[in-house]
Design a protein around this ligand. Sequence first.
Ligand SMILES: [Zn+2]
Length: 262
Amino acid sequence: MTGIDVVLTACLLANAAGLGAAAFVLLRPRAQPTGPRLLSFAMGVLVGTVLLDLLPHLWEATGSFVTLTALFAVALLGSWWLDRVCPCVGHPHAGGSGSAGHAAQDAPVAPARRGVLLWVGDFVHSVVDGAVIGGALALGVVPGSVATMAVAIHEVPRRIAVVTLLVRAGHHPLRALLITLGTGTGTLVGGALVWWWAPAVSLLMPVALAVAAAALFYVALAHSPSLFGAAWRQRLAVERALPFSAGLLLIHLSHHVHELLG
Ligand SMILES: [Zn+2]
């Protein structure tokens, strides 16, 4: 096995657990992927990914608060443009079939667009994770295995969150799984890029981190009215806060695992 084969295999392996978990959540009998608990969990994962995973890495990559803020602001503006202005992403309120009724009363914003932003953000995040795996494998087998494991662990809540939000955006569960399978190939792209063009990747890394963080942050912001909205304020407050915290905590813990082993 050559070096690049090892990198690509590790990138594929890092996806396996997350995809398995997402498939289990969506396809188990009486699955209710748009239910309030799973949605709150997905939001916790999303917020945790932005605040505890992507932004700290962006800070490491730039080392400057001004650069970080500028990159994040531009990427956030880009997310807004893709969500609200860009004609490339369906007409507002046009998306959604299966869960459209549920989504319509919960989220007044265009669900189809949010789906695109979500998978764009998730794909770029996967590229970053692939680059982390490739970079660590270039240093040796042990750091490479640790990085692969760390990515695989945080893939589990991440994939569950992404398929949940995709289904809520109106995609059929199987289609949501296929999309997340597609966004997961970003790890292969990131791994191969860092293996062949490491200097170019270290230049592009801050941009990729900012794009992923901003896109996912935008999706989280867009979903927050339905999460914390008046309709839910009286009932289900605890039912929503607990899964939200669980999602946040899982992302936090997966990072500790990386630091402990690394
Ligand atoms: Zn990550």
